[in-house]
Ligand binder design. Structure first.
Ligand SMILES: Cc1cc2nc3c(=O)[nH]c(=O)nc-3n(C[C@H](O)[C@H](O)[C@H](O)COP(=O)(O)OP(=O)(O)OC[C@H]3O[C@@H](n4cnc5c(N)ncnc54)[C@H](O)[C@@H]3O)c2cc1C
Length: 330
């Protein structure tokens, strides 16, 4: 892909893709094959890169590591000349004919660049809330605590499992694990959510979930996993697998600054073409409300890219005779 096609200062792109995880890279592949002018800017912190081995990605029955998914996607894109620029979009604003963005490119000592695009796809994903264990930062990133039972609960079936969380989210995940994978589930609230209401107590009883409210004061790590947790009152708890259900920080600030609708947690609301409520701004993957999974992110990317392509020759949504009347084919 030429510099002109992949975009540079002064060139009006068909689309700026913010984020080069599974969602953004899928959209880029589609746009490349549609012959569109686009640019992918990626800060290089995909959640997919933390996946040790995934067994729920179709075609990879023996499992695939997250980094390999990303490498393969970038390599596939490169066959069409598409490249990913390492950098961070810091400002996104509405401008004549679409959007203007500023980004800090990692190469060249963080040079600030500007780019204009008729449409923008936000594929910025989310960050995990890490459990605040004593002397253990980044427990999820280090693979000591798992994040997603939908992803790898199957591999933990029948094991002694702890779910770290509170409120409906924590309890909901503990119930999901108990009814799907294991009868031996403990909910660790880490000192929060001590008072369960009647509905929550019923859920606990129905699924035989044990609840530990005491904060964790110490832990042991053996062979790359947490084997023992000590609570403030001196009790010791042993588990084979720990999941965190503390939630996600959605990376949607650029869209929220443009007043895009979200669900209250920052997860963006989109229509069936992955358009946000800001005309011309699309969103795909973990930044969108719903199931945060690789295949879903890829599906979002494909849907958004196809709609963007179908609207490219048309006026942008804010120009006269903007594109609302156009049919969207698949
Ligand atoms: C430990 C772990 C295990 C998992 N296991 C599985 C699994 O087995 N199966 C499965 O389906 N899913 C799994 N997931 C979830 C999966 O990783 C996500 O669903 C997926 O990565 C979402 O893709 P995405 O493209 O939306 O976001 P991401 O992969 O997070 O990519 C977003 C990209 O956007 C970049 N970005 C953010 N803001 C900016 C900005 N302002 N400018 C430029 N770039 C920016 C980020 O740096 C990042 O590179 C797992 C997640 C974790 C943490």
């Amino acid at each position: 892909m030429t510099e002109q096609r992949s975009g540079s200062q002064g060139v009006h792109l068909d689309c700026l893709i913010v984020g080069g995880g599974p969602a953004g890279l899928t959209a880029a592949l589609y746009l490349a094959r549609f012959g569109r002018r686009f640019m992918v800017v990626d800060a290089g912190d995909s959640r997919a890169s933390w996946i040790p081995t995934s067994h729920n990605i179709p075609f990879f029955a023996d499992g695939i590591a997250g980094r390999e998914i990303l490498d393969r996607q970038r390599e596939h894109l490169a066959r069409y000349g598409g490249q990913v620029i390492r950098g961070t979009i810091t400002v996104l604003s509405k401008a004549e004919g679409g959007f203007a963005a500023r980004f800090k490119e990692d190469a060249g000592a963080g040079v600030l660049r500007k780019v204009q695009a008729r449409r923008v796809l936000l594929a910025t994903g989310a960050d995990d809330e890490e459990p605040g264990f004593p002397d253990l930062p980044d427990a999820i990133r280090r693979g000591l605590v798992r994040y997603c039972p939908i992803c790898d609960g199957y591999e933990a079936r029948g094991k002694r499992i702890a779910v770290i969380g509170h409120g409906d989210r924590g309890l909901g995940e503990a119930a999901f694990v108990a009814r799907t994978y294991s009868p031996d589930v403990t909910l660790l609230t880490l000192g929060r959510g001590v008072n369960l209401n009647a509905d929550q107590r019923k859920l606990v009883e129905t699924h035989g979930i044990k609840v530990v409210h005491e904060p964790i004061h110490g832990l042991d790590i053996e062979d790359g996993r947490i084997t023992l947790l000590r609570t403030a009152n001196g009790e010791e708890h042993r588990f084979q697998v720990l999941y965190s259900a503390l939630g996600l920080k959605i990376r949607s600030e650029l869209a929220l600054a443009l007043n895009a609708e979200h669900d209250g947690t920052g997860a963006l609301i989109v229509d069936e073409h992955n358009r946000t409520t800001v005309p011309g701004l699309y969103a795909a993957g973990g930044v969108v409300r719903g199931l945060d999974q690789v295949v879903v992110a890829m599906g979002h990317g494909a849907v958004a890219a196809t709609d963007i392509h179908n609207r490219c020759e048309l006026p942008t949504e804010e120009e006269a005779d903007g594109a609302e009347k156009v049919p969207n084919g698949g």
